[in-house]
Design a protein around this ligand. Structure first.
Ligand SMILES: [Zn+2]
Length: 483
């Protein structure tokens, strides 16, 4: 405590030529860098940032303090620094991939990629809890490079779950024992899934609220988005169900009372989606968005996941070289032959409908944002094709800007918003004294063009520096191991 006080005193007295005695060996000074203030959406004048024991211990005028020779200096040359990014929807151990028999060593190589691309924190939205706990332990001990992880563990689905590894809850009475045991095993929150029956969902929301434990996920098919918000679902994923709620004919569609003629199967599904697009009611939408705001319901649109899927054939060509960083089992799964999300690519009407839906999702995101609905950046990285670890988050930010957010607003969805959502803004979310030194240095100002988020010069994880050479070396090593 004394050292810390002395240190802050030194920094409050710039220009005195003081020596930084007693600093931890890991001390590092970032010289001459411009902080991107993600809260106010502006760039601050150049400064020096002192990092000590993994945290930002001081921010001062450029050159205001003279350091002991052993303190390492990173010359930032007036470039830009942002807080480490968060991907709020990831599945590095996606249960949907288990049938491809993932090789654990290859799978582990996904984690450093997040950090190398500036993603220093993630929300793990389903996977084996044992695997994720092992990752957390090894990342903590320094054995594995990886992001901070907040994890759901298994999906909570209905009695006949959609995916392997989910917990199927068969009755409202089963909710409490299932939830209690997951919490004992160490999940950070609960993730509910699409097939959870209505009565079981409400039993779960009631119990989670009673014990004040966060739950989020897919709004179950039998529940409306407004009901999900009102019942305390903390975040809703992928914009699922919103178009149905906003349709002027939502009751009929829900009750399966719309006449689609002879159309069956996929054709019928396409007609149903088309009807939702055609009957979108902006007034109903505004009401719904106000409900989200009122109940503090966050949204993770995962736009880039929808985008890459809707235009897969074109996008896969663009992303071809990134396949070098995928484990072999993922390369195999990200093909129309294997992938559940790439079915019916030869059905023109279906693909056109997906592309139309995407344009509507952009409109929804803009309208929700303008209505004050809080948004989180997330990629759905895992089984979904072309949602790459790290780079996928850059894509998501570009999608959010294309949808109508400013670059500053988009940046907030991956920095300050995740910190607020997770209740960790004391330690994360902005570049400020006392916070954990998870930082990214960019060549150009990301507030001018969000594409600048891709031009990374250095990443700091818990104060540990990965400069250009280190990043290139680590990424090359990963590609070599995955050959
Ligand atoms: Zn997901």
């Amino acid at each position: 405590m004394l050292i810390k006080l002395t240190l802050s005193l030194l920094i409050l007295l710039p220009g005195l030529g003081l020596c930084m005695q007693g600093l931890h060996a890991q001390s590092l000074l970032i010289r001459n860098v411009r902080i991107v203030d993600v809260e106010k959406g502006r760039v601050l004048p150049p400064c020096d940032i002192l990092i000590d024991q993994g945290r930002i211990s001081g921010i001062t005028q450029v050159g205001a303090i003279r350091l002991m020779p052993h303190v390492k200096i990173y010359q930032a040359g007036g470039k830009y620094i942002i807080p480490g990014l968060w991907d709020m929807h990831t599945h590095p151990d996606d249960p949907e991939l288990w049938r491809m028999k993932p090789d654990a060593k290859s799978r582990d190589l996904l984690l450093p990629q997040f950090v190398m691309h500036g993603v220093t924190g993630t929300r793990d939205m389903a996977g084996s809890l044992e695997v994720v706990k092992d990752w957390k332990r090894r990342i903590q001990s320094g054995e594995l490079i990886g992001p901070e992880i907040f994890a759901a563990g298994p999906l909570l689905d209905g009695p006949n779950p959609m995916w392997d590894g989910s917990v199927g809850i068969a009755s409202p009475q089963r909710v409490q024992p299932v939830v209690d045991s997951l919490i004992r095993e160490g999940v950070d929150f609960l993730k509910v899934y699409s097939l959870l029956p209505r009565d079981i969902y409400f039993a779960l929301s009631k119990y989670a609220n009673q014990i004040d434990f966060p739950f989020c996920g897919h709004v179950p098919n039998e529940v409306s988005c407004a009901e999900a918000a009102q019942s305390g679902m903390k975040s809703q994923e992928h914009l699922l169900g919103i178009l149905l709620d906003c349709s002027s004919r939502s009751e009929e569609v829900r009750a399966n009372k719309v006449d689609f003629g002879q159309a069956k199967g996929l054709d019928r599904y396409v007609l149903r989606q088309q009807l939702l697009l055609d009957t979108y009611d902006p007034q109903k939408a505004q009401q719904l968005f106000q409900t989200f705001v009122k109940y503090g319901s966050w949204h993770t649109p995962t736009l880039s996941m929808w985008y890459k899927n809707a235009w897969f054939e074109r996008e896969v060509e663009k992303d071809r070289e990134l396949y070098a960083y995928l484990p072999e089992y993922m390369r195999r799964y990200w093909t129309p032959e294997e992938n559940d999300h790439l079915r019916y690519r030869d059905h023109q009407g279906f693909i056109q409908m997906k592309q139309q839906l995407y344009r509507k999702y952009e409109e929804l995101v803009k309208a929700m944002h303008q209505a004050g609905v809080p948004l989180l950046a997330g990629t759905d990285m895992g089984a979904n094709p072309l949602c790459f670890p790290g780079i996928g988050l850059h894509n998501e930010l570009s999608c959010l800007v294309a949808a109508g957010l400013s670059p500053a607003e988009a940046l907030k969805t991956a920095t300050l918003n995740p910190a607020i959502y997770l209740g960790i803004e004391k330690d994360y979310g902005t570049v400020a004294e006392g916070k954990v030194a998870d930082l990214v240095i960019l060549e150009e100002n990301p507030l001018e063009d969000i594409a600048h988020i891709r031009e990374i010069r250095a990443v700091f994880k818990n104060g540990k520096l990965y400069d250009e050479q280190a990043r290139a070396r680590i990424l090359d090593e990963i590609a070599a191991k995955l050959k």
